[in-house]
Design a protein around this ligand. Structure first.
Ligand code: NAP
Length: 248
């Protein structure tokens, strides 16, 4: 178990990709703080699954777009185990629609969670990592931030912003023992895209060289690799997309 004695905070870990990441890190022995915003029973289920497998976890409610709530969440996670070694900025929201038809309130929802939330969580966790002289920060972006998609202008803006954040922060803390990387999933079967109609779903599947949507566990595997070692890897974007963004 490569993460025995380590503490991980995974935002948005009650469902989907975050849930798979929390479980994968716990399997490697990490104590996991399972963040959620509105779904306590789902978060508690993740904690129970982790405990049943012999590791430890705690569910912590916080809206990551609320700076005070983030500070409190990080303080309570640090209080329980004395630090945070791994931060996975996973929580995110999606609002689709043509730019001229989307309400600015929808932009705010997306940018506040996907960008401001990531900034807030990282800012809150960094002092403990800097004091310790080590840490792993892994930011979940999306292939939409790389290749774009019609109707995803705002979401794509937020996900492309994660790359700039990852690279600048990676350079800022490179000499301080902290690795910062981004993971860009392709289309993964979760609640986020459960509303896709069958025609769109099969059109998307045809555009994936591997011919299938991804699973949350496919993303978790790469996150786990970055969290467990990969100490000479920083400022990179890891696509997990069945070849969707591959250049021909
Ligand atoms: P999901 O199934 O919709 O789950 C979202 C998770 O984020 C839930 O745990 C939710 O908590 C939490 N969350 C949402 N807003 C939050 C907030 N303001 N504060 C704290 N937690 C919040 O999403 P997913 O598909 O697993 O996506 C996870 C990440 O991967 C997102 O950043 C997403 O953009 C990215 N991604 C997803 C796909 C895909 O195809 N699914 C592709 C590329 C990238 P509650 O359960 O409490 O609501």
């Amino acid at each position: 178990m490569k993460l025995h004695g380590k503490v991980a905070l995974v935002t948005g870990a009650s469902r989907g990709i975050g849930r798979a990441i929390a479980i994968a890190l716990a399997k490697e022995g990490a104590f996991v703080a399972v963040n959620y915003v509105s779904n306590p029973s789902a978060a508690q289920e993740v904690v129970q699954l982790i405990e049943a497998a012999g590791s430890q976890a705690v569910a912590i409610q916080a809206d990551i777009s609320d700076l005070d709530a983030v500070e409190k969440m990080v303080a309570s996670a640090i209080k329980i185990k004395g630090g945070i070694d791994i931060l996975v900025n996973n929580a995110g929201v999606w609002r689709g629609g043509k730019l001229h038809k989307l309400e600015p309130a929808d932009w705010d929802k997306v940018l506040d969670a996907n960008l401001k939330g990531m900034l807030a969580c990282t800012r809150a966790v960094l002092p403990a990592m800097l004091t310790k002289g080590s840490g792993k920060i892994i930011n979940i972006s999306s292939v939409i931030g790389i290749v774009g998609y019609p109707g995803d202008t705002v979401y794509g803006t937020s996900k492309a912003g994660i790359f700039g954040f990852t690279k600048s922060l990676a350079k800022e803390v490179a000499k301080m023992g902290i690795n910062v990387n981004a993971v860009a999933p392709g289309i993964i079967s979760t609640d986020m895209n459960s509303a896709l109609d069958m025609a769109t779903r099969s059109r998307l599947i045809k555009s994936i060289p591997m011919g299938a949507l991804g699973k949350p566990e496919d993303v978790a595997e790469v996150v786990c690799f970055l969290a467990c070692g990969a100490s000479y890897v920083t400022g990179q974007v890891w696509t997990v997309d069945g070849g969707y963004t591959m250049m021909s």
